[in-house]
Write a protein that binds this ligand. Structure first.
Ligand code: ADP
Ligand code: MG
Ligand code: ZN
Length: 636
């Protein structure tokens, strides 16, 4: 289907061009023939010219005298004369001296023909070659190749020592690790599997949201399996030249076949594995060819040989179906966002690399980071370490970590941001509005922290709620309470100031999203019941949804969404109106302190229930209010 292009062809063309250029240069710059002219004259004429003072320099040799005239250049050529030396005339030297003629080199020195050849032909060629191969290297570096193997893939070979990662570096993700361990084991001892007649899958696809450790897992496999590991990113197949991608795939598999048993890892496979669509014209031919080649190669080799193909993607839904059918990537390994225990383990793995104080409560940090990916957790540890250095401390403290969570989730503090007193007051009431509503609702997560210090993310303040335990399911009541909490900010502004501000935009967006999801995806509306009205695309990325219903239904959905939010808003407004005194009191404290913890908040809100120690307080609020759950700590 695809003819193999001769990779040397461009080079030959290049050499021919270089040769022509050299010839032209030689002809133009160094006209070889007659760079000077020689005239043989009689001795008498020489003497006459001497008398007339026409001689500039002489070179006396045994049998002849060479001389240059005063007018040396004639017709653009240097001219010199020779004459036979008349030995009888022994006065000639004196006469020449008297006439003031110079003695010296007159005859242009003949270059040795070899040197001349080298200089005019070989040297330029060498220069061209050096220049050319330099340029080729530069060019192919840009497209990730290698000049002499143009069109050859240069999949990097990883061996254990190079990735330096093992399964110990990957925390949590036990199911994924188990599945991969099987593959590693197979590669160590294929015979064991062959004896019993088991056939391992040819390929495994790691799917999951960004930052959950897919690439890390593949590197760990490389570290564990003591076999060659070819790693290439999907985008590296997408080449400048049509047909190169396919050539790379072919070459990659050829190399892998020679090195079997081995592992081939294709990261971000969606770059080439995107579904082929036959609609429209043209499309991306290059990508399609590459994909076809990949499919062909995957069919072509024999799994018994011990080549295992791993691939990773966070957009499994756009992959071509042909890639996923049995015999290709028939095994899917989900790499999901870590749960509570997973987050704690990831934090511990990464804190091995930094100096921390001894009594760090990782569980607490893990609780506050629900919804964070492994990459974000690694980032939190790093931000905490940076904060410790900024503070001239030798070890990371619990506070550093807590502060780092907010940095990663909400951006850095903008301590110098100028916020007018009037805005600060509004934000105080807004945030206390959220917190107060959350505290009074049965199904909302406890408040952990309230702050009105602006963040680089643009938030002027936020209320952080943290669940005591992780819940994978949310009840209808919990969702409604969450929406109500979102409404609390705006409701407080309206209640106290009788005017509303733009500060609630993010709350509104989130509340609307939740309400919509209740109706279109979660089957929680009475009108529609269990009817899917939306399909989600890109489950691991943005979570965009497409409506799949008639226009009339879409209009009715809008009405329902409005209704849900309006009801929640009224509830929030009612709670705040009932607790107006507390709202004033708490807002005043927040305005003064800028940041208050959940415990301080509860102490003001319900002073009678003040617990004796802080630990207990956390537990208490847990038993009091079954935690809401879900998702990222609510930053509102
Ligand atoms: P992906 O390829 O899934 O987008 P990566 O493998 O590139 O994510 O992960 C990015 C970084 O996040 C890793 O280098 C590692 O530091 C950290 N990380 C992610 N998941 C884990 C995990 N389960 N255990 C330890 N570190 C992790
Ligand atoms: Mg990756
Ligand atoms: Zn808000």
């Amino acid at each position: 289907m695809h003819e193999k292009k001769n990779p040397n062809k461009p080079l030959i063309v290049y050499y021919i061009i270089a040769l022509v250029v050299v010839m032209l240069l030689n002809a133009l710059l160094f006209p070889q023939i007659e760079r000077y002219s020689v005239k043989q004259v009689e001795y008498s004429e020489f003497l006459t010219m001497l008398d007339e003072g026409q001689i500039k320099a002489v070179q006396i040799e045994d049998t002849q005298i060479a001389f240059t005239p005063v007018e040396q250049i004639k017709d653009g050529k240097a001219t010199y004369y020779t004459t036979n030396r008349v030995t009888a005339d022994d006065k000639i030297v004196e006469r020449l001296l008297d006439a003031g003629v110079q003695f010296g080199q007159v005859v242009p020195e003949e270059m040795s023909p070899i040197i001349e050849f080298l200089l005019t032909w070989v040297l330029p060629l060498v220069i061209f070659y050096a220049l050319g191969s330099f340029m080729f290297r530069k060019m192919s570096q840009r497209v990730g190749g290698n000049s002499m193997s143009f069109g050859k893939s240069n999949a990097k070979v990883y061996v254990e020592a190079q990735t330096g990662k093992t399964f110990d570096d990957v925390a949590g993700e036990d199911e994924a690790k188990d599945a991969l361990k099987e593959i590693v084991d197979f590669l160590h001892d294929p015979q064991k599997y062959r004896d019993i007649g088991a056939r391992l899958p040819k390929g495994a696809l790691l799917v999951g949201p960004p930052g959950t450790g897919k690439t890390l897992l593949a590197k760990a496999v490389a570290g564990e399996a003591k076999v060659p590991f070819f790693s290439i990113s999907g985008s590296e197949f997408v080449e400048m030249f049509v047909g190169m991608g396919a050539a790379r795939v072919r070459d990659l598999f050829k190399q892998a076949g020679e090195k079997a048993p081995c592992i081939v890892f294709i990261d971000e496979i969606d770059a080439i594995g995107k579904r082929r669509d036959n609609g429209g014209m043209g499309g991306n031919d290059e990508r399609e060819q590459t994909l076809n080649q990949l499919l062909t190669e995957m069919d072509g080799f024999d799994a018994g040989k011990g080549v295992v193909i791993l691939a990773a993607t966070n957009r499994p839904e756009i992959l071509d179906k042909a890639l996923l059918r049995p015999g290709r990537f028939d095994r899917r390994i989900p790499v999901e966002l870590p749960d509570l225990a997973g987050r704690e383990a990831i934090l511990r793995v990464h804190s091995r690399e930094v100096k921390t104080e001894e009594n760090i409560d990782y569980k607490q940090i893990a609780r506050a980071t629900s919804g964070c990916s492994g990459a974000e957790l690694a980032n939190i540890i790093n931000e905490a370490a940076i904060a410790a250095v900024k503070d001239n401390r030798k070890a990371v403290t619990q506070r550093d970590l807590e502060e780092a969570i907010e940095t990663v989730i909400a951006g850095y503090q903008r301590k110098n941001a100028v916020v007018s007193p009037r805005d600060k007051l509004t934000v105080s009431y807004h945030e206390i509005g959220h917190a107060l509503v959350a505290a009074k609702l049965k199904n909302a997560a406890p408040v952990q922290k309230i702050t009105i210090i602006p963040r680089t993310s643009g938030a002027l303040g936020y209320t952080m709620q943290v669940d005591e335990e992780e819940r994978l399911l949310m009840t209808r009541e919990q969702i409604l309470d969450k929406i109500t909490t979102f409404c609390g900010g705006r409701a407080a502004e309206a209640l106290i100031f009788g005017r509303i501000t733009s500060g609630a935009s993010n709350d509104i967006e989130q509340a609307t999203k939740l309400a919509r999801a209740m109706i279109t995806r979660l089957g929680m509306s009475d009108t529609f019941g269990m009817m899917a009205l939306e399909t989600q695309s890109g489950q691991y990325l943005s979570g965009d949804a497409n409506l799949v219903c008639s226009d009339q239904t879409a209009a009715r959905i809008d009405v329902e969404v409005k209704q849900i939010i309006a009801e929640c808003y009224d509830r929030a407004a009612q709670i705040l109106a009932d607790n107006k005194e507390k709202l004033h009191e708490l807002a005043k404290v927040l305005l003064e302190k800028e940041t208050i913890t959940g415990i301080e908040f509860m102490a003001i809100l319900a002073p009678n229930q003040l617990p004796s120690s802080t630990e207990e307080s956390a537990e208490m609020s847990n038993t009091e209010k079954p935690a809401d759950d879900h998702g990222v700590p609510a930053v509102q």
